[in-house]
Write a protein of this length. Structure first.
Length: 268
């Protein structure tokens, strides 16, 4: 579905590449998460998929076709895109923000309004919010609108760039659960970028841990990475040592605790 073939990117004025010789295939209908520290090149990789960034060398293949052979506007309209700060147009209502994306893809005005209503329901937004403007929304509501915009044209590919980085922890957890629910209901290939390893483990079928210049430290399922970190860098980044849990009996309850004795849960 999405193939990175030895891609590198050096930005003008920079002596060192942001991405160097990166190769990976994103499986169709799966959620793949690129995770790593700030500046490791993960967002650069994401933006290569819809040609917002052009690789210096190598190629990105989407649906079997090199993106350089695809019109960038047509490519972007065929791929859902959710960014960190929702990217909503402040002078348009919530409903219009969603419907406008459908209109750009050729839907009639009535079809676009219908799709906007459907997507608001899909992401659990109250219909009454459709008449509001972005400034009248909470951070979590605005991000839900951003997700609705990304999905309004039924894309087979959805890319998400730190989609929940600008909201508070409680809202973030709620939005993560929404994405899990959508992931299970839709047969969409999702490529998500985050710096939060717990978010990566929660949302990804596959997690790709990146180091400097997007060097792949490990690419596998969350369970395998947690149980068998590939090297010390992965072990440190994932906090693998602190994820070793055991059960203690306390006051008649069976509690799950970490190596430091901190309570992580209870067995029922």
């Amino acid at each position: 579905m999405i193939e990175f073939e030895r891609v590198s990117k050096t930005y003008p004025g920079s002596a060192a590449p942001a991405v160097e010789e990166f190769s990976h295939t994103v499986g169709e209908g799966r959620t793949t998460v690129f995770v790593g520290p700030s500046g490791c090149g993960k967002t650069t990789l994401l933006r290569m998929v819809n040609r917002m960034v052009e690789p210096t060398s190598g190629s990105v293949v989407v649906r079997g076709r090199d993106v350089r052979d695809t019109d960038p506007v047509a490519l972007r309209r065929s791929i859902g895109y959710v960014m960190q700060h929702s990217g909503l147009m402040p002078h348009r209502t919530v409903a219009d923000n969603i419907a406008d994306i459908a209109r750009l893809a050729g839907a009639s005005k009535s079809e676009a309004r219908g799709r906007a209503a459907e997507l608001m329901e899909l992401v659990n937004l109250d219909p009454s919010l459709g008449r509001r403007y972005p400034a009248e929304l909470s951070g979590g509501q605005a991000q839900r609108v951003g997700v609705a915009r990304g999905l309004v044209n039924n894309p087979d590919i959805l890319i998400m760039d730190e989609p929940f980085g600008a909201v508070d922890p409680v809202v973030r957890r709620n939005l993560q659960q929404e994405v899990l629910s959508l992931r299970d209901r839709l047969n969409t290939t999702i490529l998500l970028v985050t710096h939060d390893i717990d978010e990566a483990f929660l949302l990804g079928h596959e997690v790709v841990i990146l180091g400097e210049r997007a060097a792949v430290q490990q690419a596998d399922t969350p369970a395998t990475i947690i149980a068998h970190p590939a090297n010390d860098a992965v072990r440190e980044f994932t906090g693998a040592g602190g994820r070793v849990l055991h059960v203690q009996e306390r006051g008649g309850d069976r509690l799950v605790v970490d190596a430091a004795g901190n309570i992580k849960g209870v067995l029922r």
